[in-house]
Design a protein around this ligand. Sequence first.
Ligand code: 5AD
Ligand code: SF4
Length: 429
Amino acid sequence: MNVADSEVVASILSPYYSITDSLRDADLILLNTCSVRDNAEQRIRKRLRELASLKKKNKSLLIGLLGCMAERIKEQLLEEEKTLDFIAGPDAYRSLPQLIEKASLGMVSYNVYLSEEETYDDIDPVRYDSNGVSAFISIMRGCNNFCSYCVVPYTRGRERSRDPKTIIEEAQSLFDKGFREVTLLGQNVNSYCWKATENNIDFADLTEKIAQISPLLRVRYATSHPKDISDKLLFVMAKYPNVCHYIHLPVQSGSNAMLQKMNRVYTREYYLERIKKIKEILPDCAISTDVIAGFCGETEQDHRDTLSLMREVGYEYAFMFKYSVREGTKAAEKLEDDVPEELKIKRLEEIIALQQHLSLESNKRDIGKTFSVLVEGVSKRSDRHLFGRNPQNKVCVFPKKHYKTGDYVEVKIAKCTAGTLLGEVTSDK
Ligand code: 5AD
Ligand code: SF4
């Protein structure tokens, strides 16, 4: 999400600034922030301290803070962090030129107004740090779900969908420029809805339209809320081979008591029914998730329920966190953060260890199979190897030979680790 936002910001500022790779050459440094978990905020504060020395060397250097954290702590932050010159919340990027000008005159400068309409739909993002193959397209902003632990509805505001016409144009233009994969982004893409006079366009319709641009354009999306993942979407995924068979479906917990406290509005049984349906309609679909360890009141049995659900689903991958209280949320106000830190860490470690095992088992099952891989670049470990991902979003590494970034190749898997599949190209497409 933040990459997509930074690309919008780069576009808004392109008449005034060009992008540099070197911090020392910069006249303007923008930190795009996230408040979802506490450690993200701590990292930004550390970064601001590191940047203070650059300001001593370059008196005209301006430093601005963008995104969620800006939204959350606003004036307090300008007071506390002297390195900071201005602040722009996630819906205020169009006002950046004015904010920068005010800051350059030494005036207090911030805009954290949250809009009910802003989707930046007319802005063509500058893909400044791109591999030229895969790109993110933001299709909606904000979230209405109010999970009790989460700041997003407060920092990014209400849910709003972007005009499908502009999304399709952006995808088409990326394809024309040589991009071969787009990831449709939103906090909760499955509730995408564009109200039209005749028929409304939902996420399944939008996915279908993007898939029809070209069979050579891969379509991915993130993130899905289990309550909204429809059979209609699963059928679109089954119909178009270029819509990747990979779903990120955050479960957060395997315990009904926790799910209720989290205000996730589904039960373990409902979630498992959705998984069953996904596997029925898309037998080769990979599934990943987000899990929170040590939420308020979590008992040992609740934790065991999470582990057993993870085993039952057999996730390919998971993003795993320990609960951290976020000010202003329902959980912060109404629930006690009563799981001791050591216990949160212990449970998180158990969750990570289990996922490591599940990922390895899943990868082992792929040995001997052949996948279509879109080449993304040279492998980090060896310049004689390339890497790309298969439709299931697994990283595949293979000898380079004459292949290049942007090619589709068929890779037969011979070996694996928990994080990577290794193989040989059997043929180009
Ligand atoms: N503590 C820990 N993890 C959190 N997440 C969101 N809020 C919190 C929090 N307060 C996690 C959820 C979400 C992911 C983006 O971040 O798992 O799906
Ligand atoms: Fe946060 Fe829940 Fe919205 Fe995800 S769905 S962004 S966890 S409130």
